[in-house]
Design a protein around this ligand. Structure first.
Ligand code: 5GP
Length: 130
């Protein structure tokens, strides 16, 4: 069971942004930028391009909806999208508010944010999710 499946099962907490029957969005715990959000299928599949077409399309449409909320809530130029997957073997789309191209450089040190700040950011994005 991946760490993200444990989040889906409620065994590990997360700063939840949005949820549907098939998908979940929550804040990255070690973000590259404030508002850095992960969107996952609840079904555990490691590699994003192994996901079947219907679920893959649904994931991208759900990520689009989440990105709109992040963009409204967090001051930025636009939302960057990345799929890496070298750390957690459970497909996930990174949504990262960009002010500069370096905001999406995964080799950079991650931000260390306090729990209250992550909580406040999640609330802000949640209120913008429609
Ligand atoms: P990747 O697999 O795309 O290389 O990176 C996995 C991402 O998941 C990283 O950005 C990391 O900070 C994030 N991450 C790893 N474990 C957890 C966790 O337990 N909770 C949350 N919210 N994010 C996590």
């Amino acid at each position: 069971m991946t760490i993200f499946s444990k989040i889906v099962a409620g065994e590990i907490p997360c700063y939840k942004i949005a949820e549907s029957d098939d998908f979940l969005a929550f804040l990255d715990i070690n973000p590259l930028a404030i508002g850095h959000t992960l969107v996952i299928p609840k079904k555990e599949v490691d590699y994003i391009f192994d996901i079947d077409d219907e679920l893959y399309t649904g994931l991208m449409l759900f990520a689009k909806q989440v990105a709109a909320a992040v963009e409204k809530a967090i001051p930025c130029q636009r939302i960057g999208v990345a799929v890496i997957g070298l750390e957690v073997p459970h497909a996930h789309v990174h949504l990262i508010p960009l002010k500069h191209v370096s905001d999406i450089n995964f080799s950079r040190p991650k931000l260390q944010l306090a729990a209250e700040d992550l909580q406040a950011t999640a609330e802000k994005i949640r209120t913008e999710f429609v």
